[in-house]
Design a protein around this ligand. Structure first.
Ligand code: B12
Length: 212
């Protein structure tokens, strides 16, 4: 049986090589990519966050764990993407300006791809103008904004306001998310949708563009 606890521990300790090996072994044994992410990888990152909060971990440990998580996700991502079908909708996604956290955003992007959306990933630390240019150029149906810091949450509001001023706000649905974001905050800043997890983000995206 695949040693999935090894995957959890590898992410927790920031061991990229072992994380990648453990993912490959688990996939070879037929464990579903979705299960690997939700049952082992996200819980490992949650524990990393807890250790950071109680000052057992510091920024270097966060960086290493983040790197291991990303490397493991890179193997899984193509498997979650549905290939060769007409996209059900087009999504522009990014982490807002000033914020470098991209693991949750990458996960949402992968899940949306897996659900048949075409995803244009703008990366992290994305200024409002870059969102606006991509929405126009790619004729996006949905813009997804991610923020992990309380200090970058206002950049979501600013981005939505900039969309309004540029005249693109009415052309897209806007979804927001990230650990500190709440439904109440989403309502306050005039977003159309919110979810606290990647799976819910897919459901919300479908709902917003009227796809079952
Ligand atoms: C890994 C990590 C880092 C890594 C990031 C690596 C990377 N490439 O992303 C590094 C080391 C770079 C980092 C840096 C910092 N970090 Co940091 N980091 C974390 C940590 C431990 C995990 C975040 C994570 O990846 N979680 C796992 C993913 C899967 O969860 P998620 O992002 O929440 O995403 C899910 C949902 O929120 C949702 N979602 C996410 N985005 C979206 C978007 C949409 C549209 C939707 C619908 C849903 C959705 O779906 C996702 C999947 O289910 C958190 C602690 C925590 N538990 O959150 C701290 C944390 C976010 N960091 C924190 C801090 C303080 C910092 C620093 C300021 C530290 C410092 N002193 O330098 C810097 C800031 C750098 C910057 N400018 O951004 C604080 C934030 C506190 C606050 N309230 O603002 C936290 C909460 C730690 C803590 N408890 O204090 N960090």
């Amino acid at each position: 049986m695949a040693d999935t606890q090894r995957l959890y521990n590898a992410i927790l300790t920031g061991d990229t090589k072992t994380a990648q090996t453990a993912v490959k072994e688990a996939l070879a044994e037929g464990i579903a990519p979705f299960d690997l992410v939700t049952k082992f990888m996200i819980p490992a990152m949650d524990e990393v966050g807890r250790l950071f909060e109680c000052e057992e971990y510091f920024v270097p440990e966060l960086l290493l764990a983040g790197r291991a998580m990303k490397a493991a996700l890179e193997i899984i991502r193509p498997l979650m993407a549905a290939g060769g079908v007409t996209p059900v909708g087009r999504v522009v996604i990014g982490t807002v300006k000033g914020d470098l956290h991209d693991i949750g955003k990458n996960l949402v992007a992968s899940m949306l791809e897996g659900a048949g959306f075409e995803v244009i990933d703008l990366g992290a630390d994305v200024p409002a103008q870059k969102f606006i240019a991509a929405i126009e150029e790619k004729k996006a149906d949905i813009a997804c904004l991610s923020a992990l810091l309380t200090v970058t949450m206002p950049a979501m509001r600013d981005t939505i306001e900039a969309m309004r001023q540029a005249g693109v706000r009415d052309r897209v649905k806007v979804m927001v998310g990230g650990a500190p974001v709440t439904q109440q905050y989403a309502n306050e800043i005039g977003a159309d949708g919110y979810s606290d997890n990647a799976n819910g983000a897919v459901g919300m995206a479908r709902q917003l563009i009227g796809v079952r």
